[in-house]
Each structure stands twice: as C-alpha cells, then as structure tokens.
Design a protein around this ligand. Sequence first.
Ligand code: C2E
Ligand code: MG
Ligand code: MG
Length: 706
Amino acid sequence: MPLTVDSRPLRLLVLEQDPDLRAVLQRELAAGFPASAVIPASSFGELPALLAGTAPDAVLASDTAEEPALGTLATAREAWPGVPVVVLTEPGNEDRAAMAIRAGAADFVLTDRLGRLCAVMLSALERRRMREHWEQALVALRESEERYSLAARGASDGLWDWDLRTGRVYYSERWKTMLGHADADVGDSPEEWLSRVHADDREALDAAIRDHLEGRVAHFEAEYRMQTADGEWRWMLARGLAVRDGDGRAYRMAGSQTDVSRQKQAEARLLHDALHDALTGLANRTLFMDRLEQALARTRRRADSLLAAIYLDLDQFKVVNDSLGHTVGDGLLVAVARRIKSCLRPGDTVARIGGDEFAVFVEDVDDVSQALRIAERIHEEFLVPFHPAGHEVYATASLGLVLTGGAYERAEELLRDADIAMYRAKRAGRGRTEIFDSSMHAAAAARHRLENDLRRAVERGELRLAFQPIVRLVDGSVQSLEALVRWQHPERGLLMPPEFIPVAEEMGAIVPVGEWVLHEACRCLRGWRDALSEAGEVTVSVNLSARQFSQGDVLALTDETLSHSGLPPSALRLELTESVVMEDPKQAARKLHQLRELGVGLDIDDFGTGYSSLSYLRRFPIDALKIDRSFVDGLGQDEEDLAIVRTIVTLAGNLGVDTIAEGIEGEPQLAQLRSLGCPLGQGFHFARPLWPDDVPAVLRAGFAAA
Ligand code: C2E
Ligand code: MG
Ligand code: MG
C-alpha cells in the first residue's frame, strides 16, 4: 500500500549528482508518494529554475564530498525555512549524518537501506506538519491571550490568582496600577490585597471569600473600598471562582478586580438626587419622613428622650417671588436654608418639604425650653436682611413646634401637628413660634368640620345677610347698606362672621360664600330700589375677602352679578381691607382700576390697622377710607385716638376721598367726628345690623333725629 501524507500533491525535491542513484530515488519516492511531484536535481544551483520560487515540501539531499549535506542544509534552510531535509549517506558516514541532524536535518537514510526512504520521508513530513500545527496553535493561543489581556485592560480589570496551598497570590500588573502601585511594589501575599481594604468593608469581604471557599455560594463577589498609593479610597468590585480538588476542597481561587468608583458615585448621585431638594441641597420630604420615622422609633425606646420637630413657613414669600422675580425668590430660599442649618447641630435633619416650607427635627431634647431656644435662634437668623441676587429682603418665618416623647406612631402625624401649630403662628401674626398641644388638634379638627359644614351651608341656604346703614353725618340720611353675613347653624345657632370667616378664608370656602353674599346683597338692594322711592340712591357695600380679591376673578364676578341683578355698577361698593390691597400693591392697583372702570365704588376697610404705603394709596382709585372701629372707640376720651382719626380725615381730604367712621356707639363720638369733618359713619348709635325685613323702615325714616 502506497504511503501518502494526505490528498495534497506533495513536492519532493531530490538532490543527487549520480543519475542512476537519482533515478532509483525518484522511483522509490514516486511509488511511496503516488500523488506527488518528485523533482530531481543534481545540484543546488539548478533549483531556483526548477522550483520557480515555490518551496518544496521536503528535501532529500545526498551527502557527498563535492556537495556536503551540511552546505545543502544551510542553503535549504535559508531558502525554505521549516522545510524538512533528509540526508542520504553512504554507510560508514553515520557521524557526518549525525552532524547534519544536529545542524537541523530532519533525519537520514543510508544508501544501503533505501527501503526505509519513504518511511523516513513520511515521518519528516509528519513532524513538520505537527510542528506547523503546534506553531499555529501557539500563535492562536498567544493571540487569544493577548486578546484576553487587552479585554481585561479595557474593562479595567486587575487579575488575581490565589494559590491557597502556598498562600501566594499572583496580582496582575493592572491590578497594581489600578491602585497606583508599580509592579515591583506589591508582593504576593494575600495581605497585599486585604490590608488595603477599608476597615468597615473588611468583615464583609472576608465573609464573602469564606462563603465561596466553603461552598456556600457559587461565586465569590464582593464590593469594598481600597486605599490607593496616594491614600485615596476607591470602590472595587472583586469576582472570582475557586478551583477544587476531588474532595471538593478549594486549592486555588482566581478572579478579577474592577474599579467601580465611578458607578458608585453615579449611584450615590442618583440616590442623593432622589432624596434631596435640587435648589437648596437639603433633604427632601421623602428623606425627612424616612429619618423622622426612624428617629421616632429611637425616641420611643428611650424613656427620657424627647424629639422636637419644627415646621417652618416663610411669611409672604409669594410677595417676594411675584414682585422681585423667581431668581430672587430662589436665592432667598437658598439663603434661608443655609441660615436654618446654621442654627442646628450637624446630626439634625433639615428639609425643604414644599415651596417655602422647611422642616427640622432634633433628637435628644431635654425640655420644651431647649426646643424653644432652637426656634428662637431661627427667628434671630431672620433679623438680618437677606441679599438674594443683590436685593435686600427682610423676611420672617412662622414656626410650628411639636415636642414628643414618642407618643407619635407615624412621622406624618407629627408633621401634620407641627403644620397645625405653624398655621396658628401665622394667624397669631407671623414671625413667631407656636407649640402644638392637643387642644390645637381639637381646634384643627373643629375647623375642618366647620369648613365642611360651611361648604354645605351655602347649598342648604343657611347663610343670612344683615345690613348696617352707613349714614351721612350731616343729615342722618342713609348712603349705603353694608352687607354682613351670618350663618344660621343647624346646631350651634346664629354664628357671627369672626366665628367662620377666618376659617373659610384659610380653607377656601370663602369663595362660594363670597359669591353668595354678593348675589344676595345685590338682589336685596334691587328689591328695595324697586319698592321704595327713598332707596333710589342708596348703595350696598359688600366685603371682599383677601382670597376673593387676590385669587378669584373679582371683575368677572362683579360684572356678572350686577347684570344678573339689573343694578347699575354705581349701586355697588366693595370693601377691601388695607392689608389685602397692601399685600401686593401692584396687582391690587391693576384690579382696582379695572373695577373702577366698571363703575363700582371702592372703600378701604379697617383703615389704620395695617401699614399703608402712601404712594400706593395715592394711586389706588378709591372712594373712601373706613376708619377702624378701634380708633373711633376712644373718641371723646382718648387724645391719641383723636389725633389718629384727625390724621386719617386730613389724609383722606388730601387724597380727595371720603372717610367713613366705623363703630359709632354714642353721641360724643358722633359730635367729635362731625367737628373733625368726617362725612360718613356707621355704628350701633344709628343702627345695629338689620335683617332685610327691617331695612325699608330705616330707609324711609333715615336718622335725621340722631
Ligand atoms: P367690618 O367689615 O369692619 O364690619 C363691621 C363690623 O363691625 C361688623 O361686625 C359690625 O356688626 C360691627 N359693628 C358695626 N357698628 C358697630 C358698633 O357700633 N360697635 C361694635 N362693637 N361693632 C360694630 P360683624 O358683622 O361681626 O363682621 C365682622 C367682620 O367680618 C367684618 O368687619 C368683615 O370684615 C367680616 N365680614 C362680614 N361679612 C362679611 C362678608 O360677607 N364677606 C367677608 N369677606 N367678610 C365679611
Ligand atoms: Mg366692612
Ligand atoms: Mg371694618
């Protein structure tokens, strides 16, 4: 059976000077490698032409004195590196053959043993094929190794390989450079790794290693901080796998280490953003509630410890925002946040929980006075003006304080009560602190009920209007009728405005109540004007609440109500308190002008109790200042009140508007007002607020006799 290497046609070169021997060799090889081309040559010099640049697969070269095999070998190896050369030698020249083999010949054949020729050639070819294979594999292996290390470097992985039997760890160069170390700086003990791990993370890392080595978890994975050469801490993620012996005992563990500091930072950033207010950097409501909940649990466990929570709301922040712009508003909030923080210890929690609302809680408070001192410090911080975006802004805050020894189950309940106390602080006049007590809770609950009842009161027709005449002091004739609302409460009887108007104002029910009052007042006047000739010129005065004026569309409501009642606009006067128009004078001026254009009268109620800017007052299109009852009260006895009333009357005269004195209860007051030249007044002296049925009689008779 002929010998073949594989199906590929081989090119076998035969170098033999002796033509007879060459022919024998040719025949032998052709028989052994039937599919091959046997190329005969007598010397190396002929080869280039014969082969035309293509290398043979193997060379059979005779070793003769004229052409020694060593020379052929050298030439062949240079021309065709890797091509096996088999040397043909006369018997007795074995030592020359051995030399040839040491010089790189693949094998040798003795001329008297030509029967072995093909087997020797085949073996040489086989070995060459094997070597090529192996070299290719080696190249492939090297390539894949390179690829791996490139990939490892690309993924920032350091590699480690821990021989658990010797206790030595191989750390890759990357592993070391990640930590800022040169290759030689790091030895091969496990401590090179473990001792650089943050003390707080060490226990978890040791446990993770143990758990994997002892087979409790399938993969080793741990995250920990590691200190770099320059002392910085970086977050690392290590992953690894143990190699086990037949008994399942780990004897080696290898894996990677990745620097995950940036991911960690990004995660921390995301977490931070989710729990903090972007503007002030303070905790947000979510984080505050979470921490408060935990603090409450702590407080409950400790008998002698108190927790104080403060709800803080900036007073009139809206005015700052609307008049100076949002940039200033934002700047103010940031500055307020900073100042609140400066009043607290580092461990206390401050949060921005709404637009201009902040919350604080402090643990381990001894008593109420310590809690109040914190609140006091916060108020003191507000004494110095703020300078947001170059503006000087004076601000105050209303604070609600809750002090608890752990009576609260839920953080929400505690915050709600602090909020209730804060509202009371606002109502009590801003810039102050109120402490929550359970009666407040009851009051808040009662207010809530009242609010609900009041909304239904409008639908159920429980509201009533009383009318109090506003009288011309010269002749006692009725100029206007002030509509004053009352609530016929099904259980509590007749309620006066102070009992429900402030609540309605706070909660929003004032809007439907106010609409009803305006409609009803106009309807009544319309009836009197139709029925009585004396009522032809009489007007009706309606009180507008702050919320109605600043939030509702007063203009549309007034216009619609007038056309519905069929009254001319001049039949209606609207009363606005001084504080309402001065809260946002610019906007007030705009609205007042619109109402004036419509043709209704405008009076400033309770004048003298608030702060008025004279420059604005001058620009408001108003008809009269109503002097607050508190100043009229003292007329006839109190010099100071007299001076104030005189000033207001003079001021009104200069502004070209009327004055209406409220609360005239007796003759001395009336006399004094007349002498001061006050043209109009109302009060019990003339008439108490009258039910509609009693109005016609008064309109007919007037108060000329008074
Ligand atoms: P106001 O607008 O200043 O009304 C005058 C208040 O003084 C009325 O109290 C009136 O009964 C009372 N009064 C009048 N003359 C005298 C007097 O000689 N002596 C004393 N001691 N009091 C006198 P009332 O009806 O209790 O109303 C209180 C406040 O409630 C009103 O003050 C007004 O601000 C508000 N109010 C009344 N009705 C309405 C309404 O329909 N809408 C709104 N938004 N507020 C209303
Ligand atoms: Mg009034
Ligand atoms: Mg008044």
